[in-house]
Design a protein around this ligand. Structure first.
Ligand code: HEC
Ligand code: HEC
Length: 137
C-alpha cells in the first residue's frame, strides 16, 4: 500500500512538473514483467566503431568472444570494452552467461561510420579469439 501511494505521489509530482499525465501506470511497462531485467540504468546503447561493420555483415563473428566475460577475464579481450553487469544473467558477469534479452547485440548497438579505432588492435583481438579467418566465410 505504501509503495503504491508513493508511486501515485510521484506520478502526480511528475504530472505537475511536466504537465504530462500519460505513461504513469504503476505496473506492466515491459521491464516490470521480467524480474531479472535491470530497470532505470538504460541509456542510449554505445555505437560501434566503423571497423565493426564486418561484424554486422557476418554473424559468424561473435561479439561475446571479445566483449564477454570468461575464464580469461572480463572482457575476454583486454583491449575491448566490458559489457555492463546488466547484460548478464542475474546481473553477474561471473555467470559467463548473457541475459536472454541481450543476445542480439546487433539489434541495439549500431555502427557509427565516423568513429574510428586502431585496426591493428582489432586484428590482434581476432587472432586472440580465433576469429581471424571468418572474412572468407
Ligand atoms: C575481435 C574482437 C571484437 C569483436 C568480434 C567485436 N568487438 Fe566490439 N570492440 C572490440 C575492441 C578491441 C574495441 C575497441 C575498444 C576501444 O578502444 O574503445 C571494440 C569497441 C566496441 C564498442 C565501442 C565501445 C566504446 O567504448 O565506445 C562497442 C559498442 C562494441 N565494440 C560492440 C560490439 C558488438 C555489438 C559486436 C558484435 C556485433 C562487437 N563489438 C564485436 C573488439 C571486438
Ligand atoms: C536490448 C538492447 C541491448 C542489447 C541486445 C545489447 N546491448 Fe549492450 N548496451 C545497451 C545499452 C542501453 C547500453 C548502455 C547502458 C548501460 O550501460 O547499461 C549498453 C552498453 C554496452 C557496452 C558498454 C559500453 C560502454 O559504455 O563502455 C558494451 C561493450 C556493450 N553494451 C556490448 C554489447 C554486446 C557485445 C552485446 C551482445 C552480446 C550487447 N551489448 C547487447 C543495450 C543493449
Amino acid at each position: 500500500m505504501k509503495k503504491r501511494a508513493f508511486i501515485i505521489a510521484m506520478c502526480m509530482t511528475l504530472a505537475l512538473s511536466f504537465g504530462a499525465v500519460a505513461g504513469c501506470s504503476s505496473s506492466d511497462d515491459g521491464a516490470a514483467s521480467n524480474p531479472d531485467a535491470v530497470a532505470g540504468t538504460e541509456t542510449t546503447p554505445r555505437l560501434m566503431p566503423a571497423q565493426h561493420q564486418k561484424y554486422i555483415d557476418r554473424p559468424a563473428y561473435k561479439c561475446y568472444k571479445c566483449h564477454g566475460a570468461s575464464e580469461k577475464g572480463n572482457p575476454t579481450v583486454s583491449t575491448s570494452r566490458a559489457m555492463p553487469a546488466g547484460h548478464y544473467v542475474d546481473n553477474d558477469p561471473s555467470s559467463f552467461q548473457l541475459d536472454p534479452s541481450r543476445e542480439e547485440c546487433r539489434t541495439c548497438h549500431s555502427v557509427d561510420p565516423n568513429k574510428q579505432m586502431n585496426a591493428d588492435v582489432l586484428e590482434d583481438a581476432e587472432v586472440e579469439t580465433g576469429q581471424q579467418d571468418l572474412d572468407e566465410q
